[in-house]
Ligand binder design. Structure first.
Ligand code: GDP
Ligand code: IMO
Ligand code: MG
Length: 416
């Protein structure tokens, strides 16, 4: 019986999970998403081609690998269908849990309207409807993919729910749809999705019994986790490794290695505290060199320095065995590189993530930069100061940096 390995983001998302999952996909029989929805944007570069994946797992570019969208995901059929267009027929290679929750157009309207109402206190969501879809799931008024079996009943149930809540929902611009139009829309979803819908938990249990290799692909990042991130500036799901169990129907004994993905610096999209943010020229340079603009929304990402305190927290909360350090090349040419090694909160120095990061000021240590790491594929070919930087990060966060990525390309990846 095999165990499933996990890939998980250790910062505020966009660490480069897609590149690493794709890099490992050909050695795995299954790649499975367990949380989030199309708020995720996982970019994969293969030669001249760039793919932006939102719901489809990052194993899709590896022809022999099967891909699962687990019950923990909130799935917008409309966006899923649009995403599928870029691929050849994926039936037999892609499976969707019948227990995954449907993200429907009214969720998107509610998300966008709530953000507008919040004004300056907005979370800065992706506006895709993720929060409201999870709210409905937890409030036990959501709808699951399996309900597409009977579109007439599903349409009745949706209309009933919208009518019961019409006073509230009209504020968000949600209108009660025409029943026959809704049935037609749901039927079109059913037609496009039915080849993929199955009991994915059973499928995974069988795969593990048959000793297959299984990789679980996280979305978002630890600091966006609903419990362990910078609440309320977080997403609405469990993004950490523990979420992989509930989001797929596995138990903790099914889990093998946990690989955490972190950039050699740090970024965040949306609002909320970011102690090591650099609002000056260096932050802007990182944004420009790193192409730090959102895959999903195109928003400029906030940029700053590696936060070793947050990373140590993420290593612990995820049970990280190994780290993949991404985008080392983006720091090429910087004379000096800063790392946040502690926070100052209320005049005290602390080395852990407190209840709130709102007032945490970074305490930095400065390291010598290097000329070039771009495209390097062997650890020994890195310059002395780049190697020292990596070894220093390892000792600050307490986990081995096993992989170092030096460009978006699959092959530009150092395995130590
Ligand atoms: P994810 O959401 O964690 O999968 O990350 P994103 O795809 O949103 O953002 C990571 C971006 O960095 C993508 O555009 C990748 O192509 C790119 N990328 C990944 N690894 C590297 C690297 O080592 N160097 C550079 N320069 N870019 C990288
Ligand atoms: P990947 O998988 C970066 C952020 C949003 C916002 C907050 C809540 O590509 O790493 P939501 O729409 O989820 O309710 O927004 O979470 N966010 C991400 N930031 N990468 C992501 O995914 C993100 N998914 C959500 O910007 O701050
Ligand atoms: Mg992303």
């Amino acid at each position: 019986m095999s165990k499933a390995d996990i890939i998980v983001g250790l910062q505020w998302g966009d660490e480069g999970k897609g590149k690493i999952v794709d890099h490992m996909a050909s050695k795995n029989d299954y790649v499975c998403r367990f949380a989030g929805g199309h708020n995720a944007g996982h970019t994969i570069v293969v030669g001249e081609n760039t793919y932006a994946l939102h719901l489809v797992p990052s194993g899709v570019l590896s022809k022999e690998t099967k891909n699962i969208i687990g019950n923990g995901v909130v799935l917008s059929p409309k966006d899923f269908i649009e995403e599928l267009v870029q691929f050849e027929d994926l039936s037999g290679r892609l499976f969707i849990s019948d227990k995954a929750h449907l993200l429907l157009p009214y969720h998107t309207l509610i998300d966008q309207a709530l953000e507008k109402l919040k004004g300056k206190d907005a979370i800065g969501t992706t506006g895709k409807g993720i929060g409201p879809a999870y709210v409905d799931k937890i409030a036990r008024v959501g709808h699951r993919v399996g309900e597409l079996q009977d579109c007439t009943k599903l349409a009745d149930d949706i209309i009933n729910y919208l009518e019961q809540n019409s006073d509230l929902l009209s504020v968000f611009g949600v209108e009660i749809p025409n029943k026959s139009e809704l049935i037609a829309e749901l039927e079109s979803y059913k037609k496009a999705l039915s080849a993929f819908i199955t009991d994915t938990t059973l499928m995974l249990w069988n795969a593990l019994v048959e000793d297959k290799k299984v990789l679980l692909e996280g979305a978002q990042g630890t600091m966006l986790d609903i419990d362990h991130g910078t609440y309320p500036y977080v997403t609405s799901s469990t993004t950490i490794s523990a979420g992989a169990c509930s989001g797929l129907g596995l138990n903790p004994k099914d889990i093998g290695k946990v690989t955490g993905i972190a950039k050699a610096y740090c970024t965040r999209v949306g609002n909320g505290p970011f102690p090591s943010e650099d609002l000056g020229e260096e932050g802007a340079l990182i944004r420009e060199k790193g192409g730090e603009f959102g895959t999903t929304t195109g928003r400029p990402r906030r940029c700053g320095w590696f936060d070793a305190v947050a990373l140590k927290h993420a290593v612990r909360v995820n049970g990280v065995d190994e780290i993949a350090l991404m985008k080392l090349d983006v720091l090429d040419g910087f004379k000096e590189i800063k790392v946040c090694v502690a926070y100052e909160v209320d005049g005290k120095e602390i080395d852990y993530v407190p209840y709130s990061l709102e007032d945490a000021k970074p305490i930095y240590k400065t390291y010598e930069g290097w000329e070039k790491s771009k495209g390097v594929r062997d650890f020994d070919d890195l310059s002395k100061s780049a190697k020292e930087y990596i070894l220093e990060l390892e000792s600050l966060v307490g986990a081995k940096i096993k992989i170092v990525s030096t460009s978006p390309q699959r092959e530009d990846t150092i395995i130590r």
